[in-house]
Design a protein around this ligand. Structure first.
Ligand SMILES: [Cu+2]
Length: 154
């Protein structure tokens, strides 16, 4: 418990320290995002548009079986959403905001990647209805994850 609090605190501190440096840290182009989704997924397209607007190059890949592709890529099924993306060495599951993706790429933690499990209303690409609170998880390995960023609906 203590370790977890310390970890959260040090991450918050690291994030705060990195803020003024962010523009210079982000000098290069971000890696391209390869997005694996089904042909009928409209909200996946919404998320891709969000990434493009944030400066990412997006390559869409239509697959018949999104779940099988998730398995193949290595994102644990417990964090499943509607699409799985590969960005650099990381996997991104679901409607993860570009700001979290950039922070992940800046910090380069040892992890599988990020996941916004399910389909949280209000997340990028899911802008309809009443927004809800949701957590973006840092998936370290199968069965081990922690909150990377909490997103409040307000
Ligand atoms: Cu979706």
């Amino acid at each position: 418990m203590k370790r977890r609090v310390l970890l959260v605190f040090s991450l918050a501190a690291a994030f705060a320290l990195s803020l003024p440096l962010s523009p210079s840290l982000w000098a290069g182009d971000p890696p391209a995002a390869d997005v694996y989704k089904s042909a009928s997924c409209a909200c996946c397209g919404g998320w891709e548009a969000h990434l493009r607007a944030a400066g990412f190059t997006v390559r869409s890949h239509i697959v018949d079986d999104v779940s099988a592709m998730r398995e193949k890529l290595g994102m644990p099924q417990g964090y499943a959403s509607c699409h799985t993306a590969k960005v650099g060495k990381y996997l991104i599951e679901g409607h993860v905001p570009a700001s979290d993706l950039r922070r992940l790429l800046d910090e380069q933690p040892e992890a599988i990647g990020l996941a916004a499990p399910g389909m949280p209303v209000g997340a990028p690409g899911m802008e309809f209805g009443t927004p809800q609170d949701y957590d973006v998880m840092l998936v370290i390995r199968d069965g081990e994850a922690r909150v990377f960023q909490h997103h409040s609906a307000r």
